[in-house]
Design a protein around this ligand. Sequence first.
Ligand code: 13P
Length: 248
Amino acid sequence: MARKLAAGNWKMNGTQAALTEAQALTGMFPAPSVEILLCPPTTLVYAMAEALRGTAIHTGGQDCHAHANGAHTGDTSAELLADAGATHVILGHSERRADHGETDAIVRAKTQAAVAAGLVAIVCVGETLEQREAGETLDVVRAQLQGSLPDTIEADKIVIAYEPVWAIGTGKVPTLDQIGEVHADMRKALAGRFGDDAKMLPLLYGGSVKPTNAAEIFAVSDVDGALVGGASLKADDFSGIISALQDA
Ligand SMILES: O=C(CO)COP(=O)(O)O
């Protein structure tokens, strides 16, 4: 069985004042039955990891460079994130693929770097609206998985997040059948490539997950958690999603 994970992606939001939201979550979930992760902007990774030290809530980055160190002005390596206290890193988010031209090959190199640094890599895939309307969703997602993952994996170091681009920040969510179809197909593709390890990989759904729709999404088979944007910024909202995952 894959482990369950509720992950929050704060994107480019959150000053130090927002750390109180992370601390509030620790009070609500002193001993959670699922993994909980918050990925703040890079500027807050160290402070959040320190604030959450000794609690059940993990801290992660939102991207890393493919190299461990060197002349890469403005970039952050997986090693630096780990040194700051991160345990996870989101890679290949559609906003990075779109804003920074990240290809599957780049995401794959970053995934290898993250795992080498001891981080869990959360690898994001997902189709655009145009691709869905053209009936290309499963092909697009399969190709992204194929290109973005290394040939050999450690099952406890990889998480997959299916995030349809058109569902991110829009309030639009695929039907439960559509989510189930993609997740089942991802599990099948991963099993074809990694054998039994595929059963251990958490497959997260992301895109307009809210406390109000989380339970029905978590009831879909092969959905092992969520990667949450807007609703992870406030402890009151994110806690509803975490509770739904615990109850699933
Ligand atoms: O992109 C996302 C998480 O990585 C999803 O964002 P929203 O939950 O705000 O739609």
